[in-house]
Design a protein around this ligand. Structure first.
Ligand SMILES: NC(=O)c1ccc[n+]([C@@H]2O[C@H](COP(=O)([O-])OP(=O)(O)OC[C@H]3O[C@@H](n4cnc5c(N)ncnc54)[C@H](OP(=O)(O)O)[C@@H]3O)[C@@H](O)[C@H]2O)c1
Length: 335
């Protein structure tokens, strides 16, 4: 069986196509899944480039989807032929978060989905939305579920709310689709006017180039008539948070998700206090939240934006494409 593994010390030229033993028949509670698709996240890029350390020979990628081939004793939730999608935290089934690291996250602490076939507990997957292909389904695991939890789980988004999104990567474009599905108004930033145009065509109400306008927080607040936005999906981190605080309304909510600009920095605590806003750190979500998300997608027929698809053997090129920030939405891997 083929797998794309990362050899020490990491780096895109250390990604190797390797032969691994077939995982065999599913035991009690397990399912055997023939994988067909994955998608890339910033987290996978950090692992692949060696910035986030992993074990020598680790099979890459947190997101995976494919068809159930057979089920082990006692499995009633899935049947052969079902399209399933993996969970970012295979052990977090429901309830409040209890895991704060990536020790059991596929493609980081344990082997991921850049391989042909896996045998895993059924509880490490959910059904995919109806009609999705494997690449589309795989976009739910990390980016989709993060956007869903931020806006629907933590923010309790409702029709008429205003939402600010940063950049046009995987999380933000999923967040745009979810926010529009709920009838919210959306402001989105990008370094590219072309990408902003594309966001507008998907329903973004206010767009702004963060390179051309570094003080975008005030401009976003002006767009809301001076009040500020109800919710921010903060994927930037230390160098964007001050502007996000500027943009949020008094009593609003900021979902602190991303590390695109680093891992620590200065926060205008005085302004944050005056805003009386809620700053909620989060890492992806639970299996139950993924099931809720799938149910919502089944009811609404939304499909993710897969900007470009690469073959599994071309994984390093796909990561280079992500590094160059050429993409809008998700980058798919298909086999
Ligand atoms: N906590 C969690 O659960 C969780 C889950 C998923 C992702 N994340 C984090 O969220 C971030 C985004 O992840 P992703 O997978 O969506 O990444 P991605 O698809 O690689 O998106 C990267 C995009 O971010 C935008 N960007 C870069 N620097 C920016 C800045 N200073 N201000 C605004 N936008 C900026 C760029 O958009 P333009 O090209 O439009 O400028 C770039 O294309 C990463 O830090 C990732 O680690 C966290």
């Amino acid at each position: 069986m083929k797998a794309m593994a990362l050899r020490a010390p990491g780096g895109l030229d250390q990604i190797r196509a390797e032969d691994r033993p077939d995982p065999g028949r599913p035991g009690p509670g397990d399912i055997r899944v023939v994988l067909h698709g994955a998608s890339l996240n910033y987290h996978d890029l950090a692992v692949a480039t060696g910035r986030s350390k992993t074990a020598d020979g680790r099979i890459l990628l947190a997101d995976g989807a494919g068809l159930v081939e057979s089920v082990g004793e006692g499995v009633t939730e899935f049947a052969p032929g079902d399209m399933v999608v993996s969970c970012f935290f295979p052990d977090w089934q429901d309830g409040a978060p209890t895991i704060g690291d990536f020790a059991r996250t596929p493609g980081d602490g344990i082997d991921g989905f850049a391989q042909e076939t896996v045998v895993l507990p059924a509880s490490a997957f959910t059904l995919a939305p109806k009609g999705y292909d494997a690449v589309e389904a795989a976009t739910l695991t990390t980016a989709g579920l993060t956007a869903w939890r931020a806006l629907v789980g933590d923010a309790r988004l409702k029709a008429g709310d205003t939402v600010l999104l940063l950049g046009t990567g995987g999380v933000s474009i999923w967040a745009l689709q979810i926010a529009k599905m709920f009838g919210a108004s959306v402001a989105i930033t990008s370094s590219s006017d072309e990408k902003l145009e594309r966001a507008r065509s998907m329903g973004a109400d206010f767009t702004l180039n963060y390179r051309a306008e570094p003080e975008w927080g005030r401009r976003v607040r002006d767009w809301t008539g001076g009040k500020g936005v109800d919710h921010v999906v903060e994927v930037g981190g230390p160098r964007t948070l001050a502007q996000s605080i500027e943009a949020v309304r008094i009593g609003g909510h900021i979902a602190l998700i991303g590390v695109l600009t680093g891992f620590s920095g200065e926060i205008p605590t005085g302004l944050f206090m005056a805003k009386q806003a809620r700053l909620q750190g989060l890492i992806v979500g639970s299996r139950r939240q993924q099931q809720d998300f799938v149910r919502a997608l089944d009811a609404n027929g939304i499909r993710p934006v897969v900007d470009r698809r690469f073959a599994l053997a071309d994984l390093a090129s796909a990561f280079r494409h992500e590094e160059g920030a050429h993409h809008f939405g998700k980058i798919g891997i298909e086999w």
